[in-house]
Design a protein around this ligand. Structure first.
Ligand code: 26Q
Length: 834
């Protein structure tokens, strides 16, 4: 310690007194000017909104800092149980406007900036998205930590601080082109580096049994290549409650000792190369891409996250309670966001047994009482497996521990089902045959006390299908936690005009108690309210048009058209192709003169394809080509338009969902674990056209069948049909479909690019098409017709829109987090006072 006494405040006074740190307009303006002039060195001559945004963010960060410290003190004094949300992804998006909302200073600051001649919207828009996630799973983690802070729960998020987030997508000649997303290029005001809590992470080397001074044998993992994990903390404010929780992201940095060692041995180049290898670990977020499975760097990332986070928690524990771990499981719980961090199960065993000398059985009991696992997918190809030989090379001690866990587990299975060798093979954590692989989902199932899916149907299918053997063994481990989204960002923040209408009608309790939106139900019959609702939607659609015009200034868009939206990752199972088939069908109808009843429609599709997913990229090209044909055809002008929205991301969704009329949730039944975009759109008054898949089922239950456009085969029907699925004969028997396929096959949408869509056409005509797009075509088209008829009755549509919003309360992530807490974490809520 360099300082013997370091005093920042007078005795008995708070450090807060050093500055005013008030939430009033004059306090903010004073601090804003201070940062703008002195920290950033700018003056009135600088017209870039970026620096003003930075100065304002600094001023807001100061306010968060005091609350952050108070929260920390509150949790520390309570000595209570804590939860840790381990996730390879936190898809936060922008922070400034959300921080203002949660601090309750949006209006004050908007006015204060206006007084200075600054438009707050411009500052908000100048912030880059923190895109540290692929899609649903990463955004879910971000919504969850917002809810934890709002519900005053002591939860820390642990993740990785990728230098490059999700790639940015540009469209060139209709095709996706990826650009690296160097989101930290201008720095990041929201994070605080905490070098003092850095930890060492081991890789490589080998194990040896050594006897310590007390004659106790311990396994030592030696000759390792160590990497430093440096934490960066981001404040996560609750909604107007003084709670500020922590998101701790780890950055990989080369260790100095390591460099020196090799340097002294004369291997200068190797030592610099090793530094680069170490710092590569947190360089880039992996896209959700089947081709990226099994990559060594990805395993390094996973172990880096797991080891750093567990060491962090354990060193905190040892500081408080010494080497006594008897109450560890009562005071700590880890939620694993999919299998990505599930190596944590073996790592906790290593830390307890090898480092802290806890006997194996005790350590195993602790591990199995502290780990909880959430599954996010039913697609078998998405289940993670790691080659045993890779793990032996990279993480030799962890591989030994997994073998030991597996041996003991298989003994348990053998006792339960004597003589059932087929079952032993099926349930083994190690997959045999060819090269041995570690099944990470099975490790997570065996090493945890709770396993959940993310929507009712999904959890049910896990129990009946993918994890059936495990369900038979431990039925009580399995549970469901239907996903949710935070109403702060996804209604109050992104749709202030609708939020205000709701609040002036039923009060503002809905922001933290979303089921209170039910108070809107009677207003669905109120003519005046319906007019207001329609006006708000109309304005939001106009803003969405302005946003689209930034990308497509040439387009002529009609604000009265039906805004039909499908935004999500591009994947065959999500069936963007089905959407395109419908658009082509409408185009065909208009072209052949059957357009007297066609409702003007504006179809928006957005989403990224994994860079190595060839078919998904072809789908993007198809959407763009069809869009080009349609949008440049004067025969359909004003009746039908289609756009592909480039670079779909969190901040784009915040502009899209207020303006959407129709939400496309059209995945093959049984394939979408939950979906969460469906919830955001519903909350903002869009109606859903959807299959009985994921959370759509629960959305329909909440809103009622009469306010939901259901179509398609059920999961059971899909599976029953597979064996005799015959798409070609279905095409022959449906003239509308025939015409659509003919247009595609004739090259109408690729006149100068012969054959480029052959792969797509072949895939949907294939009797083994896993996504069975053709099977749902007729039902989808007919249901879209019902959508049009409904849209023609403006008053009725408005009523349905209101009811969708009014019944979206279940889909608040506050409800989800309360369920996680009541049934899994069992934390106490703790309020923070300043
Ligand atoms: C795997 C291996 C190598 C590299 C990357 C990955 C990887 C990365 C991300 C695999 C999967 C993901 C993300 C999956 C995901 O977002 N799943 C979605 O989770 C949502 C939240 O529960 C659900 O609503 C969606 O239904 C589900 O698809």
């Amino acid at each position: 310690m360099p300082y013997k006494r370091f005093i920042l405040s007078k005795p008995n006074s708070s450090i807060t007194e050093l500055n005013a740190l008030g939430l009033g307009k004059t306090d903010f303006i004073a601090d804003f000017k201070q940062y703008y002039i002195h920290l950033l060195g700018r003056d009135e001559a600088c017209r870039s909104p970026y620096y003003a945004g930075e100065a304002l963010s600094q001023a807001i960060r100061d306010r968060l800092m005091e609350r952050w410290k108070a929260t920390h003190k509150t949790y520390k004094a309570a000595h209570g149980k804590r939860a840790f949300y381990l996730s390879m992804e936190f898809l936060l998006g922008r922070t400034l406007s959300n921080a203002m909302l949660n601090l309750g200073v949006t209006d004050t600051i908007t006015q204060g900036m206006y007084d200075l001649g600054v438009e707050i919207e411009e500052l908000i828009e100048s912030e880059l998205d923190a895109g540290l996630g692929n899609g649903g799973l990463g955004r879910l983690a971000a919504c969850f930590i917002d809810s934890c802070a709002t519900l005053q729960l002591p939860v820390i998020g642990y993740g990785l601080r990728y230098e490059y987030g999700m790639f940015t997508q540009t469209i060139i000649n209709g095709e996706q082109v990826e650009k690296p997303d160097h989101w930290l290029r201008h720095g990041n005001v929201w994070e605080i580096e905490r070098l003092e809590y850095s930890l060492l992470i081991k890789f490589g080397g080998h194990t040896e049994i050594q006897t310590d001074e007390q004659g106790i044998q311990r396994v030592c993992w030696i000759n390792t290549h160590d990497v430093l994990a440096v934490p960066y903390d981001t404040p996560i404010p609750g909604y107007q409650n003084n709670t500020v929780n922590t998101l701790r992201l780890w950055k990989a940095v080369a260790t100095e000792e390591f460099d020196l060692e090799e340097f002294n041995a004369g291997d200068y180049a190797e030592s610099v190369a090793a530094k680069i290898t170490a710092e590569h670990i947190t360089m880039v977020l992996y896209p959700n891409d089947a081709n990226e499975n099994g990559k060594e760097l990805r395993l390094r990332q996973q172990y880096f996250l797991a080891s750093a986070s567990l060491q962090d928690v354990i060193s905190h524990w040892v500081k408080l309670y010494g080497e006594n771990f008897s109450e560890f499981a009562q005071k700590n719980v880890f939620q694993l966001n999919d299998t990505h961090p599930s190596i944590a199960i073996a790592e906790l065993m290593r830390l307890l047994v090898d480092i802290h000398g806890v006997p194996w059985n005790d350590a195993w009991a602790i591990t199995r009482q502290t780990m909880a696992y959430t599954n996010h997918t039913l697609l078998p190809e998405a289940l993670e497996k790691w080659p045993v030989n890779l793990m032996q090379r990279l993480l030799p001690r962890l591989m030994e521990i997994i073998f030991e866990i597996n041996a003991r587990f298989l003994a348990e299975v053998a006792l339960h089902w004597p003589g059932d060798n087929a079952r032993l093979r099926r349930m083994s954590i190690i997959e045999e045959g060819g090269q041995q692989q570690v099944r990470m989902a099975y490790l997570a199932l065996v090493g945890s006390f709770s396993v959940n899916g993310v929507a009712q149907l999904h959890s049910q299918l896990l129990q009946q299908g993918l994890f059936h053997d495990f369900y038979e063994l431990w039925p009580n481990k399995f549970n469901n936690k239907t996903n949710g989204v935070t109403p702060r960002r996804w209604l109050a923040g992104c749709n202030p005009e609708l939020a205000e209408l709701i609040t002036e009608t039923i009060g503002d309790s809905w922001v933290t108690e979303l089921s209170d939106l039910k108070k809107l139900i009677p207003y669905a019959e109120n003519a005046q309210f319906k007019i207001k609702w329609r006006t708000v939607k109309h304005n939001a659609k106009q803003r969405l048009i302005d946003y689209i015009h930034l990308q497509h200034p040439e387009l002529n868009l009609n604000v009265d058209a039906l805004f039909d939206v499908q935004v999500k990752r591009i994947h065959e199972y999500k069936r963007q192709i089905l959407n395109v088939l419908h658009v082509i069908h409408l185009y065909d109808r208009i072209k052949r003169g059957d357009s007297h009843m066609v409702v003007p429609r504006c179809v928006l599709i957005g989403g990224k394809a994994a860079p190595g997913y060839v078919m998904a990229k072809k789908i993007i090209k198809l959407i763009n080509n069809v869009a080009h044909s349609i949008n440049s055809d004067p025969d359909v002008a004003g009746k039908l338009s289609l756009f592909f929205l480039p670079d779909y991301r969190v901040s784009a969704m915040e502009k899209i969902c207020p303006g959407a009329d129709l939400s496309e949730q059209i995945s093959t039944a049984g394939k979408e674990a939950s979906g969460t975009g469906n919830m955001k759109l519903m909350m903002n008054g869009a109606l859903t056209i959807g299959t009985l898949d994921g959370a759509n089922i629960e959305i329909r239950e909440e809103v009622g069948d009469e306010n939901f456009f259901l179509f398609g085969l059920t999961e059971g029907e899909i599976e029953a049909r597979r064996s005799h699925y015959d798409p070609v004969s279905m095409i022959d028997q449906d003239t509308d479909l025939q015409r659509v396929i003919n247009l595609l096959e004739s090259g109408h949408f690729n006149q100068f690019e012969p054959g480029i869509f052959d792969g797509i056409i072949a895939s949907i005509k294939n009797p083994h098409d896993p996504w069975m797009t053709i099977a749902d075509f007729r039902s989808y088209i007919d249901t879209q017709k019902r959508v049009e008829d409904a849209y023609l009755d403006k008053d009725h549509w408005t009523r349905m829109s209101i009811l969708n919003c009014a019944n979206s309360g279940k889909f608040s992530s506050d409800r989800t987090i309360n369920e996680y807490n009541d049934e899994i974490w069992k934390l106490e809520h703790r309020s923070v006072s300043l």
